[in-house]
Design a protein. Structure first.
Length: 165
């Protein structure tokens, strides 16, 4: 069902903008109430970018007055590599509920976080421990095309960020 209502084009290139023609032609997608298109995210997380930033600050201890969200031991366990994506063209690993990007072609330091895909949305929340910064990207209507296990949109945003900041 999910594949029949996605708003993706069929090209082999990333499509970062809403494709109005595809939307106009896809009657199944148009028939669903807007709010029901996003109710079935795999992880069940429904969050705004500003709330994800609060989570990032709590994880990165950016606010000294804020209580610790997770202990240092818990954070270390989540960041510990438990498996690797061997088939991925981008060097990525998996920790306890966390993806780890460790590829110099994407960024110079490891990033910890996760991607989310649901019904044409491509999302990312990754943080850089060394720089004490987070990259949060929420996008509805983007192509879910991936380079290995990393969405091309997320890869391009991470590269842009590290080239400009």
């Amino acid at each position: 069902v999910a594949l029949s209502i996605r708003i993706l084009n069929k090209s082999n290139t990333a499509n970062y903008c809403f494709d109005k023609n595809t939307y106009q032609k896809n009657q199944n997608y148009k028939a669903l109430p807007l709010e029901s298109q996003y109710l079935k995210a795999a992880g069940g997380v429904h969050c705004s970018a500003s709330n994800l930033l609060k989570l990032a600050k709590a994880l990165l201890r950016d606010n000294s007055e804020q209580k610790l969200l997770l202990s240092n031991n818990s954070m270390k366990l989540m960041q510990k590599i438990t498996s690797s994506y061997n088939s991925s063209s981008i060097r990525m690993h998996y920790g306890m509920g966390m993806q780890i990007i460790d590829d110099k072609r994407v960024c110079n330091t490891p990033l910890y976080g996760h991607e989310g895909f649901a019904y044409g949305s491509v999302n990312a929340f990754f943080y850089d421990i060394d720089k004490n910064k987070a990259i949060i990207q929420l996008n509805g209507g983007a192509r879910e095309w991936c380079n290995g296990k990393l969405a091309c949109l997320n890869q391009d945003i991470i590269k842009w960020y590290y080239n400009n900041y």
